[in-house]
Design a protein around this ligand. Structure first.
Ligand code: PMP
Length: 292
């Protein structure tokens, strides 16, 4: 079916999108108290499924959710949703697990006595390829591990949304977000990499989400003998890089043309980013878990 007719899975039931509703007492409404994953389906295979399930369950455990569905049942819910919608390719899945329904409104997790709410929302959203994007350095800092650990993939996206609003007003595609010391962390919703003199670099995953695409790129670099490192990186190192790109499940690898009006100028012959794009695209043609 088209996106307007798609079926959404909520707690074991597949319902038409118009009927796909959670309670106003749900913890996600009351406090953004939920965790989520975005996944992609390529040609009948769910890409990096187990890595996404690891991050989902680690996040739910860290937030001390009770009544978490089993890993097997979440996997089954994903496959059932894809089959019910006859979806095999060009699909983006938004998997959400909330702390669940509360007996009354409020913040206290003890008000949740019904167990978690599981939502599988699969849509036709093939990766779109803007040829390039632009970034501005955001005044909004990424959450510190002191306040909200970036390793939890939670639904409290206000930090990123504020950075996106700022980028929108500046006419840029996304905001480059720094840590509390002024080093680059990530952009709102995607990880960032630079390439300089043939070396691929990305910030440590202290303040940024440890993205699965990020990790895949670092692994592919090792496998293809491309020097790659995690390190502390300043904004000027990004301005003066040969190539800059973002990574994420939704947009895969995307080239950054300019940051704060500074054009990213490739001083090398040839493009290592083009090579990485080919290597990643080859993986999407074979990798992933077949839909059962
Ligand atoms: N950073 C943030 C804040 C994100 O929300 C996402 C996407 N969920 C990413 C980075 C990219 O992560 P992944 O490669 O796992 O999609």
């Amino acid at each position: 079916p088209a996106n307007k007719d798609l079926l959404v899975h909520i707690n074991g039931k597949l319902v038409h999108r118009d009927e796909a509703k959670v309670s106003v007492f749900d913890s996600v409404v009351q406090g953004g108290d939920a965790v989520w994953e975005g996944l992609r389906v390529y040609d009948g295979r769910v890409f990096s499924l187990e890595e996404h399930l690891d991050r989902l369950f680690d996040s739910a455990h860290t937030l001390a959710f009770q009544g978490i569905p089993t890993r097997a049942s979440v996997r089954t819910a994903i496959f059932e949703t894809l089959k019910a919608n006859n979806m095999t390719d060009g699909v983006h899945i938004r998997l959400t697990l909330t702390r669940g329904d509360k007996i009354t409104s409020g913040m206290d997790p003890r008000l949740n006595q019904a167990g978690c709410t599981l939502i599988v929302l699969a849509e036709h959203k093939p990766p779109v390829y803007p040829p390039t994007i632009t970034l501005i350095t955001s005044s909004v800092r990424r959450n510190s591990p002191n306040s909200l650990d970036s390793k939890i993939h939670h639904n409290n996206l206000l930090n990123n949304i504020l950075a996106k609003i700022e980028a929108n007003h500046a006419g840029a595609d996304a905001g480059l977000m720094l840590d509390k010391d002024g080093y680059v962390s990530e952009a709102n919703g995607v990880n960032v990499f630079l390439i300089r003199n043939g070396v691929v670099r990305t910030p440590y995953a202290d303040y940024c989400l440890p993205g699965i695409t990020r990790r895949t790129i670092l692994r592919l670099c090792v496998e293809h003998n491309i020097p790659a490192e995690e390190s502390r990186i300043s904004v000027s190192e990004f301005y003066t890089a040969d190539e800059v790109f973002t990574t994420g499940t939704m947009g895969e690898l995307t080239r950054v043309a300019a940051i704060d009006g500074r054009e990213i100028i490739n001083k090398q012959d040839g493009s290592l980013l083009d090579q990485l794009n080919e290597i990643f695209a080859a993986l999407t043609k074979v990798g992933g878990t077949p839909i059962e």
